[in-house]
Design a protein around this ligand. Sequence first.
Ligand code: GN1
Ligand code: MG
Length: 362
Amino acid sequence: MNNKLISIAQNFQLEGEITAVENLGEGFINDTFIIKTVDGAPNYILQRKNKRIFSPIPAMMDNIQKVCTHIKMKVEKAGGDPMREAMTIIPATDGKLYFVDEDEEYWAVCLFIDDTIAYNAAETPELATAGGKGIGKFQSLVADLKEPLTNILPGFHDIRYRFNQWDAVLSKDPVGRKAEVSEEIGWIESRRDEMLDFYLLLENGTIPTRISHNDTKINNILFDKKGEVLCVIDLDTVLSSTVLNDFGDAMRFYTNTGLEDDTNLNNVSMNIEIFKAFAKGYLEEAKTFLTKKEIEYLAFSAKYITYEQVLRFLMDYIDGDNYYKTKSPEHNLVRTRAQYKLLTSMEEQFDAMNRIVREYCQ
Ligand code: GN1
Ligand code: MG
């Protein structure tokens, strides 16, 4: 594999000779590697992009390039360092933003930013506040990007689309798993109307569409050594949607006292202190551009995205594990139960979440 990876990497405009290509990270969708080069030359991130999910990949890379170019321009204007505060896409030797190998797999490379820290959990409220600021700042940096982005992920964070997929998978029950998860199916069905009521506000424009990141886990942010946000990465899912998706997905991830796939449900709950800390940082940046309606639904967005994730994991389980990478046959079910526990914890603390948002918006 390694020789194959090296020869793939050689199709990009890299500086310095490659010394190794090694595995990096545990994404559920793409495969990620680090390209190491000789001393004095930069290292790079190599990714096999998942063409079953992002389609078409060339349009996705164009989206990413538009966003990176825009952010670099703004960072430069503000006197920052565009090579560290924005991602840099490295083109292939033919000038394209991707390379297609003989198996028709798509690869892309970006610069590895040195001297940064990526966290797998929001260990402290200070870190959550920094992360919140980072996401709010990212949204404000791209708010004036005029060039349209291609929707390469139709239906992402669109609950009406998810219910259509859900209904189809349930009626097919392709691997006969439906009967054993009737309780879990009930969790989804009992909240269907509440989620659709919210989604209607997006469809009828009551809540506006803006450019948002859509995958705001803490490990998609690079921090500098002082704990400040340097750069938001993993731009595959940058789309025109609601910024509430970013807030909600971050809360789903940051506030969880357990793991996304915790087998011990006693570990899982929503940490309201982390909610408060993230909201503080986020609203410092975002309250100037958010509308009243967006603010009104911020706390709800945490429930919305967590609910959607319960649905997506359970649907993939019933479908026979076709979407997410899994480590065991039960993995998607374990994830479903752990995310549901988080959802119920958010439901219990919903009033307090709303109070916190209101407090920071005064
Ligand atoms: C996927 O691969 P990763 O970890 O960046 C998924 C997100 C989910 C997440 C669950 C395109 O992201 O939506 O929230 O797994 N990305 C896509 O942790 O489906
Ligand atoms: Mg991702």
